[in-house]
Design a protein around this ligand. Structure first.
Ligand code: MLT
Length: 251
């Protein structure tokens, strides 16, 4: 019997691997799970901000688990890194889950805004300029009914390294449109989106689904951009199904 394909979970901005804890605990019963902190061990000083560096570092982490490819899962910024990984190391991607993310580049205005935030974080030497992000990352239902989740996400943001937060913003601002990279992929793809995601919502999800012949779309009700935190069971189940499709394409 072949060993199950490892699953790599790439987190959102400005968070770390802990946002995957609940999902990972479920998947780890049957799969090897890797949840690296982006941008991954890049050393000091950090290189030029570019998600390609993060993708190469993730490739190194996958290779360290063994020769085979992995199920690569990225939520938001993690999805941008997943697509960069697919472009640069396609042999390492057995299947792809794009969760609350998009394949397109930023508009010039959005990229400029990111650079402003990166400057503000750098000048403050603290994550204060992004501390209020749970207001946009979490869906309305979570924000109104689950103060514990709001508190947890706020605490995670407060614990991030300002230099890496600023690096990641600049790197995201510089990323190209990778819809064609996605279009060229012939492995199984699942696109997941929270129906209250106001950052990369259903339009972005449908754009990615339209690019791939056999992509599955999973819309998670009553959650926002951090679907994997807000409804870990729904996301875990979508990822387990995707991993199953690697071994049994008609599953
Ligand atoms: C994230 O969740 O990773 C960020 O919201 C991504 C972004 O700003 O595009």
């Amino acid at each position: 019997m072949t060993a199950p394909t490892p699953i790599v979970l790439l987190h959102a901005f400005p968070l770390d691997h802990r946002m995957w804890d609940e999902v990972a605990a479920g998947l780890a019963r049957t799969h090897e799970v890797l949840a690296p902190d982006l941008p991954v061990a890049l050393g000091e000083p950090l290189p030029e901000p570019a998600l390609e560096h993060a993708a190469d570092a993730v490739a190194g982490a996958i290779r360290a688990t063994g020769p085979g490819p992995a199920v690569v899962v990225g939520l938001s910024m993690g999805g941008y890194v997943a697509l960069a990984l697919l472009e640069r190391h396609p042999e390492l991607v057995a299947a792809l889950a794009l969760v609350d993310t998009k394949s397109t580049a930023d508009t010039p205005e959005a990229a400029a805004k990111r650079r402003q935030v990166a400057d503000a974080v750098q000048e403050a030497g603290s994550v204060d300029p992004v501390r209020a992000m749970p207001d946009v990352l979490l869906g309305e239902t979570t924000r109104s009914a689950r103060p514990d989740v709001v508190e947890r996400v706020t605490a995670w943001i407060g614990e991030q390294d300002p230099a890496r937060v600023s690096w990641a913003q600049r790197a995201m601002a510089a990323r190209p449109d990778r819809t064609d990279v996605l279009r060229a992929f012939d492995g199984p793809v699942t696109v997941v989106v929270g129906d209250e995601d106001s950052v990369t919502g259903t339009d972005a999800a449908e754009h990615m689904v339209a690019a791939v012949e056999q992509a599955l779309l999973v819309v998670v009700p009553r959650v926002g951009h951090l679907s994997a935190v807000e409804d870990a069971d729904a996301v875990r189940s979508a990822l387990a199904d995707l991993a199953q499709r690697v071994h049994d394409p008609v599953a």
